[in-house]
Ligand binder design. Structure first.
Ligand code: COA
Length: 637
């Protein structure tokens, strides 16, 4: 079904937890989004996110803890939960308040989630929050090719923007159910703004004068490029090409004071530096032009040479953090929601700020770009005079210079710390599990449990993102992939005393248990966001935090040593992100029909972890699970 959308309108509002420097009038309270105008059938027709029953969540929480905590910890948590959910207990009170909130908001969770998961998170957005996205390598290797491709990329995004401007995006579906499309309207023309204790996101598409320009960054210098003519038509690819050439000619040398690197700072440090930076009117205007732009295009310089087998891993770090200040990290504004990156050696991709959207809408846009840029060049348009792209100037005081130096040092340390391995597993893809009537995603998740267990001889708390977009303004919940069923399977798989028939049965049980958790999560019945909601009620009502939230088991459950996500794409991209804990892994994968792209990350500073070692274990586990499936008859489960 193709739907027609009326754009969601946002009321300006104040945040309760407004920090000192936070531009409160810009904070977007998600739950007050109004649907106006030609009432869109689609958004309004979506159900609201339910609040799961308290007893159900408590039971499922205990089940989820079983494979990852010690027996005495589990016993203690069971006792806490029994008091928590007792009639008249604190759990009931929190549950009632949450149900009340659900009645009065479009989505009881989304605003809290954006605040807690993103805007109040104080670690740098680089590596710790912004994902990178690697496109298949393009077939150019020089500056001309780079600019030709970049101009087509701009044209492709503007072509996509027509659909958002006309509110005519095709509705997406999951499991036959229509999804909330709001995130598509949040990613163009928006930007994160640093604040002390909490940031905000401003979406300029919703202003009375929506932006008509993009920001181009070349040699660490920023330019404002108008991409529409006076009559509202978009510049053609060859007109954009001319403009990009002018930008490159105007910035032949690398800027030694890359202001953009400030956006890679720890958020409170950046918020302080930001206030200082925008004291100067020229700086303020330049920052505003970047924030207001439709998106940012990074025309990257050279990348370090690597052996062919390492190319994709190198491309991944260019997208994730820019490779360090010696390479392209100064060629970014990490707060910008969408940064498209085009390197002169054909390395292309994107980096995006996560607060407004999950990966799938971004990948839909990327797929559109890849398909658009594959089309033949349009005939050359007639010569028209184009206004000169405007260089964005910054006046750098000694204090700002000091902030830039500090940011450069810290970013280089962070970039050095990232261990990234991208693998194209080309022995099979979704086709094999499907042929065995198994969910490919559940197959991959159970395989990840096996791979991790083979390396560490234990199970760990594992996060998989589950889409809540079946609900209005839905974001994500957690699929807890470490289950009792997966633990039973991984402990048995390499045991030579066990029969293959037993192993295959345990494998199928684990895969089915995972799929069943997925179904529960996408229908709003998982435990993580519900527990968060109960905790948030306690925080907002200034109650003493119930012990279930200060318990060791709760901390262990949230220490995701495996943080994973499926981000499918039609065009063979792969997304990548950093680990969410210092001794963990980030694993993102794109399962195609006959191969699977994996991006595995860890931190070099952690001796326990190693991205290549886990990637090898992943390949081995995939092959071994396939062999077991093919060689062993299955009992009727
Ligand atoms: N037998 C045969 N085929 C099966 C099957 C079975 N038992 N179970 C599923 N399949 C098929 C499906 O029909 C589907 O077919 P398609 O390729 O033609 O579309 C395919 O296998 C994939 O299904 P599955 O692997 O089960 O995964 P899914 O597409 O349902 O996705 C999630 C599962 C969890 C990834 C998805 O529900 C989700 O939430 N995605 C969003 C994740 C997200 O937001 N990530 C970004 C975070 S930044």
């Amino acid at each position: 079904m193709w739907g027609i959308f009326t754009r969601t309108m946002v009321k300006a509002g104040k945040s309760k937890s407004c920090g000192l420097a936070k531009p409160c009038h810009l904070v977007k309270p998600v739950s007050t989004i109004r649907i106006t105008g030609r009432y869109l059938t689609h958004q309004r027709g979506l159900p609201t996110l339910p609040v799961p029953p308290l007893k159900q969540t408590c039971e499922r929480y205990i089940a989820a803890l079983e494979p990852i905590v010690e027996e005495d910890e589990l016993k203690h948590t069971k006792e806490l939960l029994s008091d928590f959910q007792a009639p008249g207990g604190v759990g009931e009170r929190l549950q009632r308040a949450l149900e009340k909130r659900a009645q009065h908001t479009d989505n009881w969770l989304s605003e809290w989630w954006v605040q807690v998961a993103y805007l109040q998170y104080r670690m740098p957005v680089v590596v710790h929050s912004n994902p990178g996205l690697i496109l298949p390598r393009m077939n150019f290797r020089d500056k001309q090719g780079q600019l030709r491709f970049a101009s087509k990329l701009i044209a492709a995004v503007l072509d996509f923007k027509i659909m958002t401007d006309n509110e005519a995006l095709p509705v997406e579906y999951l499991g036959g159910k229509p999804l909330c499309m709001n995130q598509f309207y949040e990613v163009l023309s928006s930007c994160r703004v640093p604040g002390l204790t909490s940031d905000s996101v401003v979406n300029h598409a919703k202003s009375s004068r929506p932006p008509k320009h993009i920001t181009v960054v070349h040699n660490h210098q920023f330019f404002m490029l108008d991409v529409y003519h006076g009559d509202g038509t978009a510049l053609t690819a060859d007109q954009l090409h001319t403009q990009l050439e002018r930008i490159c000619s105007a910035s032949p040398q690398r800027n030694t004071e890359p202001v953009g690197v400030l956006t890679s700072q720890q958020r409170d440090s950046w918020a302080r530096a930001y206030l200082n930076l925008i004291k100067d009117q020229t700086n303020k205007d330049s920052v505003s032009a970047i924030q207001r732009s439709i998106f940012l295009l990074c025309l990257d310089g050279a990348v370090p040479p690597v052996a062919d087998g390492m190319y994709r891993s190198l491309a991944a770090v260019q997208m994730l953090h820019g490779g360090g200040c010696q390479w392209n990290s100064g060629n970014r504004w990490f707060d910008k929601t969408l940064q498209f990156i085009v390197g002169e050696d054909g390395t292309c991709g994107a980096n995006y700020e996560h607060a407004p959207a999950e990966g799938p809408p971004i990948v839909t846009l990327i797929d559109h770009i890849v398909e658009y840029t594959r089309k033949d060049d349009a005939p050359r348009s007639s010569r028209v005079s184009l206004s000169k792209p405007q260089k964005l100037h910054f006046r750098i005081t000694p204090e700002i210079q000091k902030d830039i130096e500090e940011a450069k040092n810290k970013l280089d340390i962070l970039a050095q710390d990232v261990d990234m391995k991208v693998t194209i597993f080309d022995h099979f893809g979704k086709n094999v599990p499907k042929a065995h009537n198994l969910s490919p995603d559940a197959f991959i998740q159970v395989m990840l449990q096996l791979a991790y267990h083979r390396v560490y001889r234990r199970c760990c708390s594992t996060y998989e993102s589950a889409s809540l977009r079946m609900f209005r303004l839905g974001r994500t919940d957690t699929i807890r992939s470490a289950s009792s069923a997966s633990a039973a399977f991984v402990k048995t798989f390499d045991d030579p005393r066990k029969q293959n028939t037993e192993k295959v049965d345990l494998m199928v049980k684990a895969i089915k248990a995972h799929r069943s958790y997925t179904n529960m999560a996408i229908s709003g019945q998982a435990i993580d966001r519900h527990l968060l909601g109960l905790k948030m009620v306690a925080v907002e009502e200034k109650m003493t935090l119930p012990e279930v939230f200060t318990d060791t088991a709760y901390a262990k459950a949230l220490h995701f040593q495996l943080s994973t996500s499926q981000v499918p794409s039609k065009t063979d991209c792969v997304m990548c992100f950093g680990p969410v804990v210092s001794n963990g892994y980030g694993v993102c994968y794109n399962p195609m029909d006959d191969h699977i792209n994996f991006a595995v990350s860890s931190f070099n500073s952690c001796e326990e972890t190693n991205a290549s070692r886990l990637s090898q274990a992943i390949e081995g586990a995939l092959l071994d699970m396939k062999t077991l499936l093919e060689q062993t008859p299955r009992s009727k489960l």
